[in-house]
Design a protein around this ligand. Structure first.
Ligand SMILES: [Zn+2]
Length: 363
């Protein structure tokens, strides 16, 4: 019989984890209206943690304490919200809307959507090809002229302020996942898994944040309240690995690829990662043979962008699961990249020692 390994490890991604991710992706949680995802999170983590509360903005803040002396207090942040739409006006059951978060309006005509808390099915109407002129087909449809069509009989079921999301349902495609809102339900699901298998040497301070997509707002107040020693934002980052994309943009902004493991951030538009944390993650990956990629400087930002500037400064970094077609109706990502992200975070947390942050910031 083998000697029992005392080191706690996370399991591989299996049916349970995929079912949780599916539930999270199919829920609607456009920024400022994160209730559906919050319910799923609360249900999943209540039995796991020492303390849990929902703050004034709607962040879920949970504590899972380790054991031993001088434990480092590690904040792990994952945002519950997703990009989407807000209804602003109604004429004859055709609803005018605005974008919530970063969405390219060229992608919208013809997309199926779900509106409001009842998930009413509708479509962002597009003129059929039969009725368009050649000139129209070559030009962009302005957002102001788009409407969400819910068919007749909706009555007062939809009101200005209601949110809408893409109607895409979660689907496993062999080794891949196709879903909406993998940014950042990947992070939310990863954080829940880490709370199931918490490393003993640190205090895990989990923040399931709100309003990341509109300016990292929830993370700012969450970090202020938690006041951690260090922080890791867990997110999803745009993969940039299709050959035809390289010709006109150059593969130097978002250089992550599918199947190449979690993306460890060195820098993005909002944060320069703490060098000690980059080293920690790289060493953990190398020791455990976990594939990883370094995310080069470029656009985008995560909750770390707000967290590191709170109080007198919090050493922060981001780790992301790469996914193609971020902030569109459907992303494609790999189960293996998610699994390796979970493994990497767990392996890195185990390595955090009380004097870890006393080391040189720049190595
Ligand atoms: Zn995100």
């Amino acid at each position: 019989m083998m000697t029992k390994n005392k080191e706690i490890t996370v399991p591989e991604i299996g049916q349970d984890q995929l079912e949780l991710l599916e539930k999270l992706c199919n829920a609607t949680a456009v920024s400022g209206d994160e209730g559906e995802v919050r319910q799923i999170v609360l249900e999943a983590i209540k039995p796991l943690v020492d303390e849990v509360k929902v703050d004034a903005l709607g962040n879920v803040l949970a504590t899972k304490r380790g054991h031993g002396e001088n434990r480092v207090r590690v904040m792990l942040a994952a945002h519950m919200d997703e990009i989407g739409f807000m209804i602003v006006d109604d004429k004859d059951n055709l609803f005018q809307f605005e974008r919530v978060g970063g969405i390219d309006e060229r992608q919208l005509p013809g997309k199926a959507v779900l509106v409001g808390s009842e998930h009413l099915p509708g479509v962002i109407g597009a003129k059929p090809i039969h009725l368009t002129t050649t000139k129209e087909r070559k030009s962009k449809v302005e957002l102001s002229s788009m409407r969400i069509d819910l068919g007749p009989g909706i009555g007062d079921k939809v009101k200005p302020g209601d949110r809408a999301t893409f109607a895409t349902r979660f689907k496993l495609l062999g080794p891949s996942i196709r879903a909406k809102a993998l940014d950042d339900r990947f992070g939310v699901a990863t954080l829940i898994e880490l709370l199931k298998y918490p490393p003993d040497n640190v205090d895990l301070l989990a923040a399931f944040t709100v309003q990341e997509e509109v300016g990292l707002r929830g993370a700012r107040v969450a970090a202020y309240h938690i006041d951690p020693d260090m922080a890791i934002a867990i997110d999803s980052t745009p993969a940039y690995d299709l050959p035809h994309w390289e010709e006109d943009f150059g593969n130097d902004h978002y250089n992550t690829k599918l199947d190449a493991g979690p993306a460890i951030y060195v820098m993005d538009r909002a944060t320069i990662a703490d060098r000690r944390l980059v080293t920690l993650l790289e060493e953990a990956a190398q020791e455990k043979g976990i594939p990883y990629q370094l995310r080069q400087p470029g656009g985008g930002g995560t909750d770390a962008g707000a967290i590191h500037k709170v109080r007198s400064g919090i050493p922060s970094i981001s780790v992301s699961v790469p996914g193609r077609y971020a902030h569109t109706a459907a992303s494609i990502a790999r189960v293996s990249d998610w699994e390796n992200t979970l493994k990497l975070l767990h392996a890195a947390l185990i390595k955090v020692t009380p004097d870890f942050l006393k080391g040189e910031r720049r190595g």
